[in-house]
Ligand binder design. Structure first.
Ligand code: HEC
Length: 139
C-alpha cells in the first residue's frame, strides 16, 4: 500500500514536471514567434515611412511643405497639429474627399487643390497612406 502511494506520488511528480517543461517550451516558442512578428511589423512600418518620405520629396510636396517652417503651404507640424486636434484624415483630404481645415484661405486652398487635381489623384491609396504616415511621423 505504502509502496503504491509512493509510486503514484513519484509518477505525479514526473508527470507535472513534464507538464511544466512542455509549458515552458510552448511559452518560449510563442515568445519567439511574437518577437519575429514584432520585428516584421517594425520592418514594414519602417519601409512604409521610407516610401512616404521618398514620395514626399519626389512628388514635390517638400517644396511647399517643410517640417517646421511655412514656405508656400503650412508646415508639416502645423498640419499635424490641426489634423490631430480636429481628428482629420490626411488621406481623405488628399483624395479630395474632405475639405481643407488647416489653411482655409481660398487662394491657398486653390494652390493645394491644383496639386490634388494635377498629380495627387494619380497616386495609389497605399502611396497616399505612406505619405500621410510619413507626415504624422514628423514630430
Ligand atoms: C505648390 C505648393 C504645394 C505643393 C507642391 C503641395 N502643397 Fe500641400 N498645401 C499647399 C498650400 C498652399 C496649402 C494650404 C491650403 C490648404 O490647407 O488646403 C496646402 C495644404 C496641405 C495640407 C493641409 C490641408 C488642409 O486640411 O488644410 C496637406 C495635408 C497637404 N497640403 C499635403 C500635401 C502633399 C502630401 C503634397 C504632395 C503630394 C502637397 N501637399 C504638395 C501647397 C502645396
Amino acid at each position: 500500500m505504502k509502496k503504491s502511494v509512493l509510486v503514484l506520488g513519484l509518477a505525479a511528480v514526473i508527470f507535472t514536471s513534464c507538464g511544466e517543461k512542455k509549458k515552458e517550451e510552448v511559452k518560449k516558442e510563442v515568445e519567439t514567434k511574437v518577437e519575429q512578428v514584432k520585428k516584421e511589423v517594425k520592418d514594414v512600418v519602417v519601409d512604409n515611412l521610407e516610401l512616404g518620405k521618398q514620395l514626399f520629396t519626389s512628388k514635390t510636396c517638400a517644396t511647399c511643405h517643410q517640417a517646421d517652417a511655412k514656405v508656400i503651404g503650412p508646415s508639416i507640424k502645423d498640419i499635424n497639429k490641426v489634423y490631430a486636434e480636429q481628428k482629420g484624415n490626411i488621406v481623405k483630404f488628399l483624395k479630395g474627399e474632405s475639405e481643407a481645415i488647416v489653411d482655409t484661405d481660398p487662394g491657398q486652398v486653390a494652390i493645394m487643390k491644383a496639386n490634388l487635381d494635377g498629380f495627387v489623384k494619380d497616386l495609389s491609396g497605399d502611396e497616399l497612406a505612406a505619405i500621410a504616415a510619413y507626415m504624422r511621423s514628423i514630430k
